[in-house]
Structures are given as C-alpha cells and as structure tokens.
Design a protein. Structure first.
Length: 409
C-alpha cells in the first residue's frame, strides 16, 4: 500500500498549485487531481512546509492549516521574495512528502497577482491535506502510528534548496509512536531522561537536519475525545523533548506551542495510533518569563514579584494536585547566554546567577508550604540562543530563562 504513495511522489515532487506558475493544477474546489510542472531553475528565496499528524487521536487540522497566520505571514509578499518553495508532508508511520510547489511571478504579473497566488497556495495545501484521507486518493494510503522525527527529516529535505527564511509548521500532539524514540514503548520520566534520548539520537546521527529552519507547532498535547489527557508534568516533559530536539538539530524551536483552530474530532479516514506508554510518576513543573520567572538584568531581583508569586502559586497548586506536595523538591534555575558564543563561558557567571534566581523562586515556594531540599544553578538553558554568526538572539534567549521544579528522587 505504501509503495503506491512512494511511486506517486516521484511525479508529485514538481507539482504546481493552480496559478502559482501558470500551470494547471489543484485548486480548493476541484477534485484531488494534481497538475505537474517544473520547479524554478534557481534556488528558492524562502520556503515553508506543513507537516501534519494523521492519526485518530489528533484533531482535524484542515481549518487550522487554511487559517494559519504563521503560514500566511511566511508566504512571499514582494517580488524579491520569490521563488518560494511550498510543500506539505505527513508524519504517519512512514513519513512522506505529499505535495511540493513553488510560488513565482510570471512575466507581466503585478503585486495583486502575487496576493492571489498566496491565497490559492494556502487553500490548496488545505485541500491536499483533506485529499490525503480519502480512500481512493491518488496520494496513496496513510500508515498507522506517528513518526514525527522522520516527518521533520522529510520536511527539511523539501527546503534543501532554499537560501533564505525556512519554516516548518507542525500540526501534531507530539505523540511519537513509531520510529525512535517510541513513546508507545516508553515515555521519558524527566528532563534528564529527555537529555539522554537526545544524546543517543545525536551520537547515532539520527537527528533531523534543521539548520536554519524555524519551527512553529500547533496542537502539542491535544487529543480527541475518549483518549486520556496528559497531566501538566507529562506535558512539560513533552514540550521539553521537542524544544530540545529541534534546538539540538540546529533549528529554532517555537516560542510557544499553541492550540490553533483544530477540530473536535479526528479527520474521517484517519488511521489508528498506539496509546502512549504509562507516564511513570512524574513530578515535574516549569515556569518561564511570561509566567513570572523574570528578573532584572544580571540580578536575582524579580521584575514583578507579584507575578512571580502568582506563578509560584500555580506550580504549588499543580504539585499538590499531583500528590507531590509531601515530597522534597529540587528547584533548578536557567539563564540565557546573554552574550556571543565566542564570549560565553560554560562555567562562567551564568551558573551563579541561575542559582541565585532559583533560590529566589524557591523562597516563594517555601512560603507556600513546599519543602525545597535542593537549589541548583543550571547555567544557560537548553536552547541554542545564538544565530548562525554566533551572536546572541534575545528572542531565543527568552526560552532559556526558566525554572524547573521536580521531585528529588
């Protein structure tokens, strides 16, 4: 069954959305027939790939794809931003590129023509998404289970000839139940286990190549009715896993994992996926700048102590609800690098600063009746917060200013 999909992809790789380059092809109201054209002779200036999860435990993403502001803002708006590569891939048990196209300007086109092509391009991706679930679809059959790492590998390959901005827009709950790691066999118990998994993938050269790729993510942790919801600790671990994997693969992880306009149920025709392995007694919570772990520059004084208290109260409530309230806790603080890669010292002042900030947050937790046994300075957080030239990027640095609260085992 999968063989038919792979054969068809050879013909689809150069398929062009109607009006993108003037070739006859797919439009939002037509059947699932794909026109065939030729890719541009020069490298694309920019590119975007939609990567979606096809399984019965993830809500329908069709509307979210068509309405995605992240995708819309990535599409070219001026002549100097074309050619622009556009593709959609599926992260099922055997990830594949379903459709690839290019937005370009023909001779005599004006800005209005580019606007129309942008509109048709996004709508057409939504149509390809819907067509992939049809029983008689020429796109081939979808496989059971979900291999997101394989999907990221396929998505990045579609952007190989892009010289400028690259976007991979993921629609998935993050439940990888095929490939390695397989969360149906074992779900990581804590951040240390996540780090170990990432190290193994790195040593085996099994990480996707996301160098220069910005990843946005819709639907992390979201499932359809009838499936067991993740608790907050498991969600934190899942978020840390994908943030670390993307960063370790050279990509820029999402600033946040948003919910988007997902449906209430899965798409009709979605294949099945294995349930996650049992989550093993997690007691793990994190807080970032937006929720109160924000400090004055080079200081352990909170920017807003009242907001920090609200954040601590939220974590304390989750700890007590998870029956972790009678266990000793470890509080670990992290900072941004705050300087260029060449000037950064692994054992430099970030260690002391991160510990002082962890201590400030731990003091609040103790006033709420929690036992903090250990306070740790983690130094720079896990996200690579330097650009390709090794310069510090504040937007990425924010992802590293976090505090982690966990049970002392």
């Amino acid at each position: 069954m999968k063989k038919s999909k792979q054969i068809l992809i050879l013909a689809i790789l150069s398929a062009l959305v109607t009006g993108l380059t003037g070739c006859l092809a797919l439009s939002p109201t037509e059947s699932c027939e794909l026109g065939v054209g030729q890719p541009p002779t020069e490298n694309s200036v920019g590119g975007a790939v939609v990567l979606f999860q096809a399984s019965d435990n993830f809500p329908d993403s069709g509307v979210a794809i068509v309405q995605s502001e992240a995708l819309r803002s990535a599409l070219p708006q001026a002549e100097q931003e074309v050619p622009f590569a556009l593709a959609i891939a599926v992260a099922d048990g055997s990830p594949n590129l379903l459709f690839q196209s290019w937005i370009n300007l023909d001779f005599g086109d004006i800005e209005l023509d580019l606007e129309q092509k942008r509109n048709r391009a996004q709508a057409a991706l939504g149509n390809v998404y819907g067509c992939s679930f049809e029983e008689d679809s020429s796109l081939g059959d979808l496989d059971n289970d979900v291999d997101l790492i394989g999907g990221l590998r396929v998505a990045s390959s579609a952007l190989a000839n892009v010289t400028g901005e690259k976007l991979v827009l993921v629609f998935s709950n993050g439940f990888q139940t095929s490939g390695q790691p397989n969360f149906a066999e074992s779900f990581p118990a804590d951040f240390d286990e996540v780090d170990s998994i990432i190290d193994v993938l790195r040593n085996e050269n099994a990480l996707p190549d996301l160098k220069g790729v910005r990843v946005e993510w819709i639907g992390l942790g979201q499932i359809t009715a009838g499936n067991e919801q993740l608790d907050q600790q498991a969600f934190n671990t899942l978020e840390y896993f994908w943030t670390s994997l993307i960063s370790s693969s050279g990509g820029t992880p999402p600033g946040s994992f948003s919910s988007g306009a997902l449906g209430n149920a899965s798409r009709e025709g979605a294949p099945s996926s294995l349930p996650l392995a049992e989550v093993r007694g997690l007691c793990l919570f994190s807080l970032d700048e937006t929720a109160g772990f924000a400090f004055k520059p080079n200081s352990s004084s909170f920017v807003n102590e009242d907001l920090a208290k609200v954040g601590a109260e939220s974590i304390a409530r989750q700890i007590f609800e998870a029956d972790c309230g009678n266990r000793p806790l470890r509080v670990t603080g992290f900072t941004a690098s705050g300087k260029s890669k060449s000037q950064f010292e692994l054992d430099g002042p970030n260690l002391a600063l991160s510990e002082a900030r962890a201590r400030a947050f731990a003091d609040i937790l103790e006033t709420l009746g929690l036992e903090v046994q250990e306070v740790v300075g983690g130094g720079k957080g896990p996200t690579l917060d330097w650009d390709s030239n090794g310069q510090f990027v504040e937007e990425l640095g924010r992802k590293n200013r976090i505090v982690l609260v966990e049970e002392v085992r």
